[in-house]
Design a protein around this ligand. Structure first.
Ligand code: NAD
Length: 406
């Protein structure tokens, strides 16, 4: 399944409701620039290996290209293009003055040592340094990239360009100019959206069951937040499988098992389920927080949640969207729900350029306002036009991008 063609179908749906002409739609579908390059890396054993690197700069009508860099064996041009396009939609949904871009390297980072990983990260920057920068294109972390990797990248960019602001990369460590609240921002933003959506649907939070696919940076922080707010975390999974307990999991014990033994399935209690079964477990809120194309025409009919809260990018295919909506399951779309990360990245960029450092309280207050305003714009469009939330979010964003392009 190709992520980019799914993304274009989502765009077509919104464009039809907005009455855009074919020329406008064609312009929205065309990335501004695509970079593909080989990154040679000297391995610790003296050999040399080459990895395929990518950056897609999709649309900058509303501001510098913005979007993460993914290190994963599945990374290819189709995926990076889809993710870059979704970034342009996302920055417009939350109304921050940024455009959309994305990058990646086709690599399994778990097979590299720390020094090999550092050489790979710096190699990516050596290829892209001429084409990125604080006012041009500002990358950030994504799957398998983290503050340490962003620090290496920002350092390499500074060495090559002479830039001292560190604003060419976000998601850096606090020591290197990162923002308070960035590490947890995506989960936090998703939590604000969940609370707004639950209130709009007349659902109470206390005791609601949550199942989360993916227990990484985003999934884990989100789990902690919702548990503190009174939700019950009934299931979590990672690439090896999942664990479910309708009465609730001990999150810290699950994390300990993952850190010590490698996976959430090593947690001693609960029922072990496959990744496929995890999506079909009894719950109120299902949270895909791993990769694309997880809820499809094959399994959407078996989803038993009332809300699908997309923290991953592109987890639901267009066919699955149709099936879920026909069952009156609300999908809180990725371009809204996981936009907390890019919003705090935008705050980090602004702090770097202004040489400021905001408190966590300040960051969270600003994030809450951005996420709630975005939710309200999407909810109002949903109500006014009778469309599901993804089409509503795309309608809000596409209108803003088209206005900026004009
Ligand atoms: P991560 O690498 O920290 O975690 C990914 C998790 O998914 C890991 O626990 C991994 O084991 C698990 N996983 C992989 N394949 C799986 C499968 N088939 N089934 C179940 N679990 C699986 O990555 P992350 O930063 O948490 O990103 C997760 C998702 O959130 C991605 O789609 C990413 O694009 C999206 N996202 C991340 C951010 C951010 O700020 N990091 C922002 C917006 C969106």
């Amino acid at each position: 399944m190709l992520a980019f063609s799914n993304a274009m179908r989502q765009l077509d749906g919104a464009a039809a409701h907005l009455g855009l002409d074919l020329g406008e739609v064609a312009k929205l579908k065309e990335p501004d620039r695509i970079y593909e390059f080989d990154i040679p890396v000297a391995m610790d054993d003296g050999s040399q290996k080459s990895f395929k690197g990518y950056r897609v700069q999709f649309n900058n009508a509303r501001g510098p290209y913005k979007g993460g860099i993914r290190f994963h064996p599945q990374v290819d041009l189709d995926e990076v293009k889809a993710l870059a396009f979704w970034m342009a939609i996302k920055t417009a949904v939350v109304n921050i003055p940024m455009g959309g871009g994305k990058g990646g390297v086709s690599v399994n980072p778990k097979e590299l040592s720390q020094s090999e990983l550092e050489r790979l990260a710096r190699g990516w920057v050596q290829n892209m340094a001429q084409h990125i920068g604080p006012h041009q294109d500002v990358p950030a972390p994504d799957v398998n990239t983290n503050p340490k990797i962003m620090d290496w990248m920002a350092d390499e960019y500074g060495k090559i360009s002479g830039d001292k602001t560190a604003a060419a990369f976000t998601g850096k460590s606090l020591e290197y100019g990162g923002s308070e609240g960035r590490g947890t921002a995506t989960g936090q933003g998703g939590f604000y959206v969940l609370e707004e959506l639950a209130a709009s649907l007349g659902m109470q939070s206390a005791g609601r069951r949550v199942v989360i696919q993916g227990f990484g940076n985003v999934g884990y922080h989100f789990a902690q937040l919702v548990q503190r707010a009174g939700y019950v975390i009934a299931g979590v999974s990672d690439s090896k499988g999942g664990v479910y307990d309708a009465n609730g999991l001990d999150l810290e014990a699950v994390m300990k098992a993952k850190q010590e033994k490698g996976s959430v399935i090593d947690y001693a209690a609960g029922t072990k389920v496959t990744n496929q079964e995890m999506l079909e477990q009894e719950c109120d809120i299902l949270v895909p927080a791993a990769l694309e194309n997880q809820i499809t025409a094959e399994n959407a009919g078996a989803v038993r949640a009332k809300i699908v809260l997309e923290l991953a990018n592109g987890p639901t295919t267009p066919e699955a969207d149709g099936i879920l909506w026909s069952k009156k399951i609300y999908v809180a779309p990725d371009v809204l729900t996981n936009a907390g990360g890019v919003t705090v990245s935008y705050f980090e960029w602004g702090q770097n350029l202004a040489r400021e450092h905001w408190s966590e309280r300040e960051v969270l207050a600003k994030l809450e306002l951005v996420m709630k305003n975005a939710f309200n714009a999407v909810w109002d469009t949903h109500k006014k036009h009778g469309v599901e939330l993804r089409t509503a979010a795309f309608m809000v964003a596409v209108r803003r991008i088209v206005d900026a392009m004009e």
